[in-house]
Write a protein that binds this ligand. Structure first.
Ligand code: 13P
Ligand code: SF4
Length: 370
């Protein structure tokens, strides 16, 4: 995680109303020089200032379209800001209002670990292995995938990317989220025993050579600390309380939870499904609390349970992007100083862009999502 020094004292103790007025004023002042992107997991006060909102796929597409502004202020986490930097030209500077807004899942795979795992796996199997990384990963992991014939995916297009990858090779190394990998491959018809978990912290990844030869998918042992809070028992409990509830969860949840749920889908898919359901329908939603709360408020004619888990499942790193940090970044830009710029070096940028562009250019899902 990167270090973010404490904000200067003038940003502490400001009321929400004062912060909102000052952010609005700075936004007006910076005008078309500035575009603010916001992930759906951000809190309402921050989302209110976003020019565009979206899930990871939509935000990468939006970032790639920003050609004329000077600054993209990314209200999300570090890997998203990196992707935005990779997909924009040098004239666009990408700023993350709080540099310590990382992602614990992305931190579960380092380039060094991946290189070691790659050597072990490709040293045992003669089959062509295609590396696929969830966008929730560092730029150097994306770059490795680009360089080795692989691509990125998001939760919206994982099935499409996996089927593309299976046209390129026989086996897939999927990282860093074992759950998204397992849920997607299983939904595509692959049995659980065709998937081997790669544990970078175990000798020889915790795998025997025959296990490596037999597996079709190598699933990196990473997870999201928010979505793995949901359990199958919580699904049972919701159904016991009221069988009319439909359960929809994010595919970062454990396989057993996805099996218990009625539906699973990316953030955009969850929003679309609840929005399109008839008035009076009842939904229990297994994903980040800020999104679920906003959806519940927006869809007041439906019953949307705010927390399937009974506790507030919050992405604490997304939550670091608050109004004081947003105001600080905008104040500095207005004063002609660029702070918290996220920049990817040229080599990493070149190959991670290849991995991202391979994903973005897959035609069937570009507009649709899932
Ligand atoms: P999506 O935005 O692809 O739904 O992913 C959710 C998430 O965990 C982002 O970090
Ligand atoms: Fe990372 Fe999970 Fe937070 Fe997404 S919700 S940024 S995967 S920790």
């Amino acid at each position: 995680m990167l270090y973010q020094p404490p904000l200067p004292p003038q940003y502490q103790g400001l009321s929400i109303e004062a912060l909102k007025l000052r952010v609005a004023e700075r936004k007006r002042q910076l005008g078309s020089r500035l575009v603010i992107l916001g992930h759906h997991y951000q809190e309402d006060d921050v989302i209110a200032f976003a020019d565009f909102t979206g899930d990871s796929l939509k935000l990468s597409q939006l970032a790639a379209e920003q050609a004329t502004c000077e600054f993209v202020v990314f209200c999300g986490v570090h890997f998203m800001a990196e992707s935005a930097d990779i997909l924009t030209e040098d004239n666009v500077k990408v700023i993350l209002p709080d540099l310590s807004a990382g992602c614990s899942m992305a931190d579960m795979a380092t380039l060094e670990q991946l290189e070691e795992a790659w050597e072990i796996v490709t040293g045992v199997t003669a089959a062509r292995v295609i590396p696929i990384t969830y966008v929730n990963s560092s730029a150097d992991i994306k770059s490795f995938c680009g360089l080795h014939g692989g691509a990125c995916c998001t939760s919206s297009n994982a099935a499409r990317v996996l089927s593309w990858a299976l046209d390129q090779g026989e086996k897939i190394m999927f990282l860093p989220d074992q759950h998204l990998g397992r849920n997607t491959a299983y939904a595509m018809g692959f049995p659980l025993d065709s998937m081997a978990v790669v544990d970078p912290n175990k000798p020889r990844l915790g795998l025997r050579d025959d296990g490596i030869r037999d597996a079709r998918f190598f699933l990196w042992k990473g997870h999201c600390s928010v979505h793995t809070l949901f359990s199958p028992e919580q699904c049972d409990e919701i159904r016991r309380i009221d069988p009319e509830f439909r359960i929809i969860v994010h595919p970062e949840c454990d396989w057993a939870v996805v099996q218990k749920a009625d539906l699973s889908g990316s953030t955009e898919a969850i929003i679309r499904t609840v929005r399109q359901s008839p008035e009076g329908s009842k939904w229990a939603v297994g994903t980040e609390i800020h999104l679920v709360s906003r959806l519940a408020q927006e869809q007041a004619g439906k019953r949307v349970v705010r927390s399937l888990a009974g506790i507030q499942c919050l992405c604490t790193t997304m939550y670091r992007i608050d109004l004081p940090h947003l105001l600080y970044a905008l104040d500095e830009l207005a004063a002609g100083r660029v702070v918290n710029q996220v920049r990817v070096d040229d080599h990493t940028r070149r190959w991670s862009r290849v991995a991202l562009q391979r994903m973005l250019s897959l035609p069937a899902l570009r507009a649709a999502g899932s």
